[in-house]
Design a binder for this molecule. Structure first.
Ligand SMILES: C[S@@+](CC[C@H](N)C(=O)[O-])C[C@H]1O[C@@H](n2cnc3c(N)ncnc32)[C@H](O)[C@@H]1O
Length: 399
């Protein structure tokens, strides 16, 4: 049996998810232990703030007669708040645009969580303002006009609103992930975009790095040679000398050296597994994928009690197979030393293919590999699985 999760883990993971999904509104820690005493912090309040130097979290410690405010970088705030909850408070109330979450910790460190409908369905306005400015600027970027996504006014061309939204969210999420990786901006970065298609995201990557002033080499790998030819012409026309497209299959392609970032958005079926494998093999610190067309697990999947009601409903079986596939992929990333994150990256109305699976290589820590393998084995057994592409490539089939 894996050990029960501790207060810090349960809370930390929820807080991170809420932050990564950009749904964080505010947080309160209350019911302090000890509850009395001169220097006791009676409550902590946290909310996001937009400062000149970027997004921070304002953390207010409320003493009996005064308040002390500190602004933390996001990652540090998440850590500080999780630690404060685990050590000094029995209740936490987290407000997100997706729901309200009430955590209670007992004296043994066990945590219960209750969720309720969101009290706030809108994130604080300031972030909208700033994000809108950045997104408008991106929509006007020459590469999006050249690729036929937007017109000169930065408005989506007919049928391209979903693609524009994907590109905008991708660039925004990439920014958050780069913050997590914490690279020195003076280094150069090699990025591979697997299953690059027409290169929308490949150019978006190059654009995002240019905006930061980073030196990059961006390689788009695509099966269809006509798309590769067109995309290379676009790179030439747009003056993106750091971008190159190559014709090839994800499973066969050899990168010219170690990769720093591996991207694969909507690479079909097991092409996502092959891309993740390549990223792991080539030492990429950041893996960004959006899996789609999950076809491998469904024909193998056996649905026994208590999941029998799923059987016979095509869409439910399909979603169940997707969930199992991506959960296994996330666990494999954790086993290989990455912090795996699964979240929706665009709103469902823009694309049904809206799940993102990202991995950031850990510098230290992580869950026990034995426990992760045990948990994988349990899924494998429960659903009668025979094979899963990434599991096989990594030689991680449960014994
Ligand atoms: C749905 S498109 C996504 C394109 C792009 N990533 C995007 O999100 O705009 C998938 C692309 O992956 C390519 N593809 C699929 N399997 C591949 C493989 N094994 N190797 C290389 N490219 C592949 C397809 O030809 C197609 O252009």
């Amino acid at each position: 049996m894996p050990p029960p999760l501790q207060a810090e883990d349960v809370f930390l993971s929820k807080l991170r998810n809420v932050w990564e999904a950009d749904t964080f509104v505010k947080l309160t820690l209350s019911d302090p232990v000890p509850s009395e005493g001169a220097g006791v912090v009676r409550k902590i309040k946290a909310r996001p703030v937009e400062l000149k130097e970027g997004r921070k979290v304002s953390v207010v410690e409320c003493f009996q007669t005064r308040e002390v405010t500190k602004n933390y970088p996001v990652q540090e705030a998440v850590r500080v708040l999780a630690e404060a909850f685990a050590k000094g408070f029995l209740r936490a109330h987290l407000f997100a645009t997706t729901g309200d979450f009430q955590f209670r910790r007992d004296s043994s460190g066990k945590v219960s969580v209750r969720s309720a409908r969101p009290s706030f369905t809108q994130a604080p306005d300031f972030s909208h303002d700033k994000r809108n400015v950045a997104q408008d600027a991106l929509a006007r970027a020459p590469f999006l006009q050249h690729l036929g996504v937007t017109n000169v006014d930065g408005l989506p061309r007919p049928g391209m609103a979903g693609k524009l939204r994907q590109v905008q969210r991708f660039v925004e999420i990439l920014g958050h992930l780069l913050e997590d990786v914490g690279w020195d901006p003076s280094r150069s970065v090699r990025v591979a975009d697997m299953g690059a298609g027409k290169g929308y995201l490949t150019f978006a990557l190059a654009h995002a790095f240019r905006e930061r002033g980073w030196k990059t080499e961006v390689i788009g790998v695509e099966l269809r040679s006509e798309l590769v030819e067109n995309a290379n012409m676009a790179a030439l026309d747009l003056g993106f000398s750091e971008v190159q497209f190559v014709a090839g299959s994800i499973g066969q392609w050899q990168p010219p050296g170690a990769l720093d970032i591996l991207v694969a958005l909507h690479a079909c079926n097991t092409a996502t597994d092959e891309a993740l494998f390549l990223g792991l093999q080539s030492g990429a610190e950041l893996l960004v994928t959006s899996p789609c067309c999950h076809q491998e697990i469904r024909p193998q999947m056996r649905l026994g009690a208590p999941l029998l009601p799923i059987a016979g409903h095509g869409i439910l079986e399909e979603r169940q197979a997707e969930i199992i596939t991506d959960a296994l992929r996330a666990h494999l990333l954790e086993i290989k030393g990455y912090h795996a994150r699964v979240f929706e990256f665009v709103e469902p109305e823009h694309s049904g293919k809206n799940l993102m699976l990202a991995g950031v290589r850990r510098k230290s820590g992580g869950r026990s590999v034995e426990v992760l393998r045990e948990e994988m084995g349990a899924i494998w057994k429960a659903f009668g699985l025979q094979k899963q592409c990434l599991t096989g490539l990594l030689g991680e089939e449960p014994r």
